[in-house]
Design a protein around this ligand. Structure first.
Ligand SMILES: C[S@@+](CC[C@H](N)C(=O)[O-])C[C@H]1O[C@@H](n2cnc3c(N)ncnc32)[C@H](O)[C@@H]1O
Length: 227
């Protein structure tokens, strides 16, 4: 018997979707769900909330969808994101708060289910940062970024939009580069040490990346585009 206090909290949270029938019924209607035509940014294997909540609050002209499977992380992320809204907004202008609240949602489901959740050409940008590398040889098939998943994501991405991937695991990075070769994605940018590049912003990193920075571990970065 699982005794997880977050299960009920997640099920009752208005910013978290857990009912699979409901989630899958939104397929092809995400812009209607957000009630605007703004770009849809998908963050999967998200983990914790700092990076996500910051993005949500700083980019009101984008819609954010967050996918994670752990109850506590779903709940904390939704709460922290709403909390940040209230605390950053000194004016407490209700119209503004409503606008903030409308630009994100948390989905509690597996990343592998994207075909059930999104239709073709529905996502603008996908962020996948530090997924488990499943480093042992017998686990390699468990890696999320395989040809099939990359193909599925490609089909679901709008033309001229991107997939951004980061990992500290060189083996996983090389594996992804190999898999990408078999797909229609174009490589826009790749580096084995992106801290050296202009695109690194120290205040826009995830919790896992913070740990790697402290340990001085190099981070590999890949930006793919659908042309
Ligand atoms: C390594 S952590 C995430 C790191 C985070 N992106 C960061 O950079 O701080 C991996 C997260 O992915 C979640 N996860 C694992 N398998 C998943 C799956 N199949 N679908 C969605 N999330 C998953 C785990 O619960 C965990 O919170």
């Amino acid at each position: 018997m699982v005794n997880n206090p977050y299960i009920e909290q997640v099920k009752n949270h208005y910013k978290i979707l857990t009912n699979l029938e409901e989630i899958y019924s939104i397929k092809w209607k995400w812009n209607s769900f957000f009630a605007n035509k703004n770009p849809i940014i998908l963050e999967i294997w998200t983990g914790l909330w700092n990076f996500f909540s910051k993005n949500v609050n700083q980019n009101l002209d984008k819609n954010y969808i967050w996918m994670e499977i752990r109850y506590k992380r779903c709940f904390m992320t939704a709460q922290k994101t709403l909390w940040k809204v209230k605390n950053n907004d000194n004016s407490c202008d209700n119209t503004k708060l409503e606008k903030y609240n409308n630009n994100f949602v948390v989905i509690k489901d597996y990343a592998e289910k994207i075909n059930n959740i999104f239709d073709e050409n529905e996502i603008n940008e996908t962020l996948i940062f530090f997924p488990d590398p499943w480093a042992r040889k017998k686990w390699l098939k468990k890696r999320l970024l395989q040809k099939q998943f990359l193909d599925d994501l490609y089909a679901r991405t709008k033309i001229n939009w991107k997939l951004i991937f980061k990992t500290d695991h060189l083996g996983y990075f090389l594996h992804v580069l190999y898999e990408v070769e078999k797909t229609k994605w174009d490589i826009l940018f790749k580096t084995f040490d992106y801290e050296k590049q202009w695109l690194y912003e120290s205040d826009a990193i995830t919790e896992f990346e913070q740990i790697f920075r402290w340990q001085d571990i190099k981070v590999c970065y890949l930006e793919l585009i659908k042309k």
